[in-house]
Design a protein around this ligand. Structure first.
Ligand code: HEM
Length: 280
C-alpha cells in the first residue's frame, strides 16, 4: 500500500509528520527564494553551498537528537519523524554537493581531484557516502530485509558520519569556528546521553549534570584550540565564557540548548509526579 509522508503505518493522518514534512522544505525554499531574488550576495553559489551545508549538519544532529528527546520528553511519537529528518539531511547534502559541482563549472574530474587532495572535502565525501547508505536502507522493505538488529547496527553509522561532517565543517570554517564548536559540544552531549542511557532511564539531575559537563568540555576545547593555533592564553579564552565582550561563547550556547532540553523534560514530568503523589 502506498503511504504518504504524513501518514502513519496504519494509514492514519499524523499532524506531527505533516508539520515536520512541510518544515523540512522551508530552508531549501528560503535558499531558492533568496537566489531567485538575487539576495544571496556577490557569490550566490558559494552562499547557497554554505546555507545548504549548514542545514545538512543541523538536520543530521537533529536526527541523532530524536532518541534522547523522545525519552527525556516522554514523547514516543517523535520516532515517527526520525527517518524523515535523516532522509532530508541526505537531500540537503545532495544539493550542497551539487552546488559545489556547479561552482566548479561541472568539471567532475576537477571535483574528484579536489576531493582527493583536500582533506576537508575527503571527510565530507566519506560522510556523504555514509549518508547515502543510510538513506538507501531507510525504506520499510530494506528494514524488513535486513532485520531490526542489523538495521539498527548499520544505522549506528550515523554517529561516525556526524563526526566526519563536523570535522569537514570545522576545517573549512577557517577563522570563524564558533558554530562548528557548538556542534562539537552538542555531539558530546548526544554521545554522553547514550552512555548514561545504557543503564536505563536517565534521571533529570543526570541530564542537567550532563549539560554542565558538555559545556565545560566545549569551553576547554575552544580554549585549547585558540591556545594551540593562535597562542592565546588559555585562561583568557575560558574567562570569555563569563562575559559578552567577545559575543556569546559556544560553551554558553551548549549549556543553554541542553539545559532547555532538561527544563522541558522537567515540565513534562511535573504532571506525572503530581499524579503519583495524589494516588499515594
Ligand atoms: C555529510 C556531508 C557534508 C556536510 C554535513 C557538509 C556541511 C558543510 C558545512 C556545515 C559547511 C559550512 C557552511 C558555513 O560555514 O556556512 C560546508 C562547507 C562546504 N562544503 Fe560541505 N558538507 C558535506 C559534504 C561535502 C562534500 C562531499 C563536498 C564536496 C565534494 C562539500 C563541499 C563544501 C564546500 C566547497 C564548502 C565551502 C568551503 C569554503 O567556502 O571554503 N561538502 N559543508
Amino acid at each position: 500500500m502506498t503511504r504518504f509522508p504524513w501518514q502513519e503505518r496504519n494509514g492514519r493522518f499524523s499532524p506531527l509528520k505533516a508539520v515536520c514534512f512541510a518544515a523540512l522544505f522551508l530552508p531549501g525554499l528560503w535558499v531558492l527564494g533568496q537566489a531567485l531574488l538575487g539576495q544571496l550576495g556577490p557569490r550566490p553559489v558559494t552562499e547557497a553551498i554554505h546555507e545548504l551545508g549548514l542545514w545538512t549538519i543541523r538536520l543530521l544532529f537533529l536526527t541523532l537528537a530524536i532518541t534522547p528527546l523522545r525519552a527525556a520528553w516522554r514523547w514516543p511519537q517523535l520516532i515517527l519523524v526520525r527517518r524523515m529528518i535523516g532522509v532530508a539531511a541526505f537531500c540537503y547534502v545532495v544539493a550542497h554537493v551539487s552546488g559545489y559541482v556547479v561552482d566548479q563549472g561541472f568539471d567532475l574530474a576537477k571535483v574528484l581531484s579536489e576531493i582527493v587532495s583536500r582533506f576537508y572535502l575527503t571527510f565530507g565525501a566519506i560522510a556523504v557516502l555514509g549518508l547515502a547508505a543510510l538513506a538507501a536502507t531507510s525504506t520499510d522493505g530494506m528494514i524488513r530485509r535486513l532485520g531490526g538488529r542489523k538495521w539498527r547496527r548499520l544505522h549506528q553509522l550515523g554517529y561516525g558520519i556526524a563526526v566526519l561532517a563536523s570535522i569537514h565543517y570545522f576545517m573549512q570554517s577557517k577563522l570563524f569556528v564558533d558554530e562548528a564548536t557548538v556542534m562539537g559540544g552538542l555531539y558530546l552531549w548526544l554521545m554522553g546521553y547514550r552512555l548514561l542511557a545504557w543503564r536505563g532511564p536517565v534521571p533529570l539531575w543526570r541530564l542537567a549534570a550532563l549539560s554542565v559537563a558538555a559545556s565545560a568540555l566545549t569551553a576547554l576545547g575552544e580554549a585549547g584550540y585558540y591556545a594551540l593555533t593562535r597562542g592565546v592564553d588559555l585562561g583568557r579564552v575560558l574567562a570569555a565564557n563569563f562575559t559578552t565582550v567577545t559575543g556569546i561563547r559556544p560553551a554558553v550556547y551548549v549549556l543553554g540548548i541542553t539545559l532547555a532540553v532538561t527544563l522541558v523534560a522537567l515540565l513534562r514530568a511535573a504532571p506525572l509526579r503530581a499524579g503519583q503523589r495524589a494516588r499515594a
